[in-house]
Structures are given as structure tokens and as C-alpha cells.
Design a protein around this ligand. Sequence first.
Ligand code: NAP
Length: 300
Amino acid sequence: MTEGGASATRHAPRGGGATASLPRRKRFLQGVLPGPREREHGAPSVEGMDITTRTVAVIGGTSGIGLELARRFRDAGSTVVVGGRSTDRFDDLRAEGLGTVEVDVADGGSVEHARDAVLEAYPDLDTVVTMSGIGVPEDLRDPAHFAIAERTFDVNVLGTIRIVDAFTPHLLARGNGTVVTVSSGIAFLPFPLMASYAASKAAVHAYSEALRAQLAGTGVDVAELVPPAVATTMGDSNPNALALDAFGAEVMNLLAQEPTPRELLVQAVQMHRWAERDGTYDELVVQRSAALATLPGRAD
Ligand SMILES: NC(=O)c1ccc[n+]([C@@H]2O[C@H](COP(=O)([O-])OP(=O)(O)OC[C@H]3O[C@@H](n4cnc5c(N)ncnc54)[C@H](OP(=O)(O)O)[C@@H]3O)[C@@H](O)[C@H]2O)c1
């Protein structure tokens, strides 16, 4: 990717591309799909996603969950481009068959350049994943935390909106496609140590709901990925974090369901998502507040 995000590097999909889609899809689904499972969250989204024939942009796909899902889409037969600021990783990502695009979601100009580059290299783009996110502990008794709040909202909330806005006209013109937004279990069950992060992810949830309603009838679908703690750079301090591989496999199974659930809820996040309904919310917030003792001067 060149300076300013003006080009995206494209790679052909592995395994034969879209022409082999139906047989490969059947094989893939036979291999990975679970049997009928109870869907915890009511109404499904518009239609199912064929994860073997998609052209996918994972913005925030240079590491962690985004890279895991990018690899799984690629392995299923889809064409994938990953975006982020870490251009030092691009050679390696390209070597494994992923396209790359430089983008800083906190910078509107960078997002526009990246959008143009992606659509030039991938005119058939039909899936956009808004994965970019940061999460940082904050001490709300110290007003100096505001810088963290500002940055967190700029990346997690406005960054999501910038990416959605950049690609929505293209998806609407296609008349089909999927936006996958990324919130968190913390959106539904606060983790008080990361206050702005929790608030930002609650905002992503609310925005995703509104986006889905506003795009209804256009053929463009919205699915919200709600990860629990997952062992990435962001989640590795949590001893209960889900292994990235297990999480990725479960998410792809959910994405391959027909129809795609409007919320992608792996088993481990159900307790967060439904704490209020299940009457466990107050007790869990108290438990999760114990981490506040890690803030300077709070141990007593
Ligand atoms: N891991 C967890 O426990 C967990 C739980 C719930 C939700 N989530 C959510 O899952 C998403 C992925 O997190 P992760 O755990 O995989 O963490 P990660 O490994 O740190 O990945 C974060 C990704 O976001 C990108 N990013 C950050 N700031 C960006 C910016 N300004 N512009 C463009 N891209 C940016 C990073 O790319 P560059 O650094 O290359 O820019 C990277 O690809 C986040 O939205 C996070 O909130 C994670």
C-alpha cells in the first residue's frame, strides 16, 4: 500500500474462486456446520451468507480477531483484503494470499483513500467488516482520562461510522451485501475498568441496530459480531479469554448459518449478552468491578 492509502494490493482467492462455489460450499458446510442449534436471539437478518464466494474487506484485519476471520474467509474460498495502519505486516499478509490496504479509521481522508483503492482493486466487494478497535483502562477519578475517552470514541464509534459511510453507497448500488460490525460482550455487561470502551461498544450496538433498520429492503444486511474476551493483544491479560482459533471457528459457523443471525453470539458471550434478562447483571458487574483495584492508588 502506498503512502496515503491510494492503492490496495489484490490477491486471487485460493481454491478456484467463485466458479467452484456451489460444490465447494456444500463440502465446506458439511465439514464445519453444526447440526440445528437453538438461536438465542430472535429475528434473523435478511438472508444467509455464502462464506465461500464473498469478496470481503476486513478493516482492522492486520492482527487478532480480524486476521483470524480474514484467514478463515480466505480458506473457505472467499477473496479477502485486510486494512489497518501496520504496513510493516503487509508483505507477510500478501504472502499468505490476503490483499492489503493502509487505513487509519480515525482519519476521514485515509478512509476515503482506502475505500477508493479497495473498490478499484475489488469492484465485486460485497462484505465489509468494521473490526478496528482499541480498549484501554481508565481512572474516571482523574480527568486526565479524557484523552483516552476521546481516542476510544474516535476509533471505535466514529471509525465504525466512517467505514460504514465509505462503503454503504457501493453496497446499495450492488443491491446486496453485508456489513459486519463489531461490538463486545462489554456492550451488554459493563467492565468498569474500561469505561469508554464499554460505552463505545454499546454505541456500536445501538448504531448497528439503527443501520440494519435503515438498510432494510435494500439487500444490504447488517450482522453484529459480539465477541467475549478473546486471546489477542487486546484480550490476552484475561485468563478466561477464549482461544482465537476456537472463537474463529465458532464465528464462521454462525456466519454460515442460513439466515445469518443478526447478532453473532458465540457460546461464551451468552452470559454477557443476556445478563440483564437472566437476573445476573448486578452480581456480575460487582464481580467485574474487582479489576478496578488494579488502578494506581485503588488497591485498598
Ligand atoms: N479480544 C477481545 O477480547 C475482544 C473482545 C470484544 C471485542 N473485541 C473487539 O474486536 C476487535 C478486534 O480486536 P482484537 O482483540 O483482535 O485486537 P487487536 O489484535 O489489537 O486488533 C485490533 C485491530 O484494529 C486495528 N486498528 C486499531 N486502531 C486502528 C485505526 N486507528 N485504524 C485502523 N485500524 C485500527 C488494528 O490494526 P492496525 O494496528 O494495523 O491499525 C488491528 O487490526 C476490536 O473492535 C475489539 O474491540 C475484542
